[in-house]
Write a protein that binds this ligand. Structure first.
Ligand SMILES: [Fe+2]
Ligand SMILES: [Fe+2]
Length: 155
């Protein structure tokens, strides 16, 4: 059971730094997909593998959030946040599913014309990244309100 009887800005900072780290990983992948000319098929396969690895990392992150922690504590402190917390945690499954679909769709990228696959990957990943960022923002907002703490969030 998580401790819900003490505020801990250091631990809150940990959540925030995890979100920053995830954002950096997503940005690095997006940069790879935003090359000016189509990368080769082998490069695209590498990117698909990196996205599959990110999926594993995200699943761990989501599990930690769901298994009692900052969000649960935020709600314990401020029960009116309950529905926002339920909504934000309820997005995890769809986010993972979206990445699974992505990996399945592009698993055989080497067999298709790669320039076309690259455009499709770029587009699909941008959509995912926007959804993911909106999710993390909503999550940060719940935690920030629950702890009544200025986490120094930019967005
Ligand atoms: Fe989350
Ligand atoms: Fe998160």
């Amino acid at each position: 059971m998580p401790s819900i009887d003490r505020p801990d800005p250091v631990i809150l900072g940990h959540l925030l730094s995890e979100h920053r780290e995830l954002f950096q990983q997503l940005s690095a992948l997006r940069t790879m997909l935003a090359a000016e000319s189509p990368p080769g098929c082998e490069r695209l396969r590498e990117i698909v593998r990196a996205i599959a690895a990110l999926r594993g990392h995200l699943a761990d992150h989501f599990r930690a959030e769901e298994s009692g922690g900052f969000i649960e504590e935020a709600v314990a402190r401020m029960p009116r946040l309950g529905s926002a917390a339920t909504e934000v945690l309820g997005q995890h499954g769809a986010l993972l599913y979206e990445l699974d679909q992505f990996v399945d769709r592009f698993a055989d990228v080497g067999e298709a014309p790669c320039a076309e696959a690259w455009r499709d990957m770029h587009e699909a990943f941008d959509v995912f990244m926007q959804r993911m960022q909106a999710h993390e923002r909503a999550e940060n907002a719940v935690v920030q309100q629950g702890y009544n703490e200025d986490l120094g969030l930019d967005d």
